[in-house]
Design a protein around this ligand. Structure first.
Ligand SMILES: *Cc1c(COP(=O)(O)O)cnc(C)c1O
Length: 357
């Protein structure tokens, strides 16, 4: 695969901006989109010339394969603005890389990395007024690709559409989160598509999550599909357990999404002398630690919420509440990550990527 397309990116600016009609103090996550989007078509065996144009609806034939066979994958990443109005992306190459891993698993042609990054930067720069300053404010960026070929034969599409759309976001607060450990349903199976950000992985979680909500939980912690004995991840977040002063998190396998935030937390823990054991985490071990009062914290990691503390969990009909830790790791990692994202601290790991103005 070539790293970049031979053509340049065509930019058509919106005649008017919607920005004045947006209430930036009261944003609902992922509901409002910026003035522009990036689009690129794959036809005749090639990605065509990409363009950035006004955000708006698209037209598809009802037989387009994405509707029938779910050939669709996506990414989620963020841009931040510092006090000097510089806009930064956080580890964008990791997302681009993962986008292509997901594509490959779904038999979707990979997108040239350099063109992806170039278009992303052009788009974010064009909509830079939508990236608000201030801790907690960000621009959520959603790249995705769908199969667009007409016809309901069950075979990979010969045409695709690539998009990047952007949505201004405020600090993500989902309220108090309690989770239930999965005993019956599974998110992903070995050999399947769990490691890809495949659209269908999310649709399949809604029903079991609705059942969990009826029991008073907000989310499910998925366990391994074979035995349900090991804790894997939260479905849109990776998951960490603090037992004593040690952190535990499951190793990446083909059922688990390899989160950028997860890897960043592990790196920050190592840098700050916090022990992280990346190994299988038995449900039994966590339940026993909770009973003995040794389970101090559970938190999720993901782009949308950064770090999401979890207040309690349910297992086999029993409910467990976690203590209020005096110096929570969840706050420590969240604030370390945000310091880097908002350019408040030195970037030792090289995670900030500037968006050229
Ligand atoms: C996106 C996602 C995550 C978090 O990944 P980040 O790169 O940290 O945003 C975790 N689990 C699943 C299933 C996901 O889709």
């Amino acid at each position: 695969m070539e790293n970049s397309l031979p053509t340049s990116i065509d930019v058509v600016e919106a005649k008017t901006s919607k920005i004045d009609s947006v209430d930036f103090e009261n944003l609902k996550f992922g509901n409002v989109f910026t003035d522009h989007m990036m689009v690129c078509d794959f036809v005749d065996g090639e990605w065509q010339s990409p363009s950035i144009k006004p955000y708006g609806p698209i037209q598809l034939d009802p037989s387009a394969k994405v509707f029938h066979y779910g050939q669709a994958i996506f990414e989620g990443m963020k841009a931040f603005k510092d006090d000097d109005d510089q806009v930064w992306l956080f580890r964008p190459k990791e997302n681009i890389n993962r986008f292509n891993k997901s594509s490959k698993r779904l038999a979707i042609p990979e997108f040239p990395e350099a063109t992806f990054l170039e278009g992303l930067e052009l788009l974010v720069n064009l909509d830079r007024d939508w990236v608000k300053k201030g801790r907690g404010n960000s621009l959520y960026i959603r790249p995705f690709v769908i199969a667009t070929e007409n016809g309901v034969s069950a075979s990979p599409s010969n045409s695709y559409k690539f998009f990047i759309i952007c949505s201004p976001a405020q600090s993500y607060y989902s309220g108090e989160v309690r989770v239930v450990f999965a005993e019956e349903f599974s998110r992903a199976a070995s050999g399947g598509v769990g490691y890809a950000k495949a659209a269908g992985n999310y649709g399949a979680q809604f029903y079991p999550t609705n059942l969990a909500k009826q029991e008073g939980y907000q989310q499910i912690i998925w366990t391994d599909a074979d035995t349900h004995e090991f804790l894997e991840e939260a479905g849109t977040m990776n998951i960490f357990f603090r037992v004593g002063d040690k952190l535990l998190t499951a190793p990446i396998n083909d059922r688990i999404l390899n989160g950028v935030t997860r890897r960043s937390v592990i790196a920050l823990a190592e840098e700050n002398g916090i022990t992280v054991e990346v190994r299988r985490v038995p449900v039994k071990e966590i339940v026993e630690a909770a009973e003995k009062g040794e389970l101090k914290e559970i938190f999720g990691s993901g782009t949308a919420a950064t770090i999401n503390p979890i207040k309690g969990f349910g297992y086999q009909g029993k409910k467990f509440e976690l203590p209020e830790p005096s110096k929570p790791y969840s706050e420590f990692f969240k604030s370390k990550l945000m310091d880097i994202q908002y350019n408040k601290t030195e970037d030792k790991f090289g995670w900030r990527h500037p968006v050229k103005a």
